[in-house]
Design a protein around this ligand. Structure first.
Ligand code: 1CP
Length: 361
């Protein structure tokens, strides 16, 4: 199951190391090459907004579902079938690698990840041992099944960035102000650096497992890093995220870097080693491009709440995004954050069609 190349692939692809998805609009946009249309996918497309997802998950706890390759494969494919998006995102969660190395945590419905014993002291660090492929056999198996099913549609692997993972581990669960996390970061910089360094190794290993199994791009989610000022980001967080990006450089897959409320950090998030920088809805794409600078593609950035407005409003706001993104070197259309759970799935399907029509060349 862990063979990266399917035997059915033409020999020419095996020789060049190119997967069936290599020439997809999504991977071309990530590489800043010309595209037949602007590619579209949605963060959190696999999951809560789809009735077929909720039906499949009935009675199965979130983390259990992440460990079942049959379910992971089906849930990952559901939005691809329904919406005709240009990429699939692997169904899992950022805390799966932490669970896999033995951290006692659960994903509570309506809450999110909850950690039984938060990590706050040097002794606690010992619980963060390195991860290897044998800790997550269900990931390798699911990705093998998925790439066979997906053919030319790329699969995006992902992981949580060290800061965002640390925020759950140190707080013990979701947090608005990240006060324990920041207390550790400002109060004990050495312990903080060691914590983030361990998390960087775990994250890098988790991404490498996904790439070895066949993922054709990876996204590092630093969802909550927008809570930091640029100087603190540069000093206390960027080295660990750079370590992750460096570890997966040269593996032939684009690296995407995303966080919420990161307008002031976009330049640094690109510098950390991303090929594609994700942008939330708070700044226009042309301004984001100025902040990121040349040599990177951008991903974004329709406000997910716009999908609750009528069709005309969605189209008008989408046109605004596409106009602001017109001169980018590479543009992957996405929402500025994940699909909200009560979003009408039909609105997502129409949005994919609209972006494809508007950008056909
Ligand atoms: O019971 C349920 O159905 C749980 C809901 C759920 C789902 C469907 C959670 C709990 N995680 C997921 C899947 C998930 N998580 C995916 C699947 C692929 C996709 O379609 O995108 C991905 C990429 C994630 C990543 C994730 N988990 C992030 C980063 C992305 C983001 O939205 O910023 C974060 C921060 C998490 C933590 C998490 N897991 C679940 C929840 C509700 C949360 C957020 C909790 C909080 O507010 O802190």
């Amino acid at each position: 199951m862990s063979e990266r190349r399917e035997p059915s692939q033409p020999a020419s692809q095996q020789q060049t190391g190119r997967t069936a998805a290599y020439d997809s609009a999504f991977l071309r946009a990530c590489r800043r090459e010309p595209v037949p249309h602007t590619p579209v996918w949605f963060m959190r497309q696999a999951g809560r907004s789809l009735p077929e997802y909720r039906k499949l998950r009935e009675g199965i706890p979130m983390l259990d579902s992440c460990m079942r390759p049959d379910l992971v494969t089906e849930i990952t494919l559901q939005p691809v079938r329904r919406h005709n998006v240009d990429a699939a995102i692997f169904f899992s969660d950022i805390v799966v690698p932490l669970k896999a190395i033995g951290i006692d945590l659960d994903i509570k419905p309506g809450v999110g990840p909850v950690v039984a014993e938060p990590i706050r002291t040097r002794a606690d660090l010992e619980r963060l041992r390195p991860l290897d492929a044998s800790d997550v056999p269900y990931v390798t198996e699911a990705i093998g099944m998925l790439t066979a099913e997906l053919g030319a549609t790329p699969l995006i692997g992902f992981a949580g960035a060290p800061f965002t993972l640390a925020s759950y581990l140190v707080e013990g669960g979701p947090s608005r102000n990240h006060e324990h996390t920041k207390a550790l970061m400002y109060g004990d910089p050495e312990l903080w650096a060691d914590l983030l360094d361990r998390l960087a190794d775990i994250t890098a290993s988790f991404l490498k497992v996904q790439i070895a199994a066949g993922a054709s791009a990876v996204q590092l989610f630093d969802s909550w890093v927008g809570a930091l000022a640029p100087a603190d980001y540069r000093r206390s967080v960027m080295p660990s995220s750079t370590k992750v990006f460096d570890a997966v450089a040269g593996l032939g897959v684009p690296r995407i870097h995303f966080g919420v409320g990161t307008g002031e950090l976009l330049g640094l998030m690109g510098e950390a080693g991303a090929d594609v920088v994700g942008v939330d809805w708070r700044i226009p794409m042309d301004e984001a491009a100025r902040r990121v600078g040349p040599g990177k593609a951008l991903q974004g950035n329709l406000d997910p709440a716009v999908l609750f407005a009528g069709r005309e409003a969605v189209e008008a706001k989408t046109r605004e995004v596409l106009t602001a993104a017109r001169d980018l070197e590479g543009h992957v259309f996405n929402l500025g954050h994940g699909v909200l759970p009560t979003t009408d799935p039909e609105a997502l399907t129409r949005l994919v069609e609209f972006v494809h029509e508007q950008t056909a060349r």
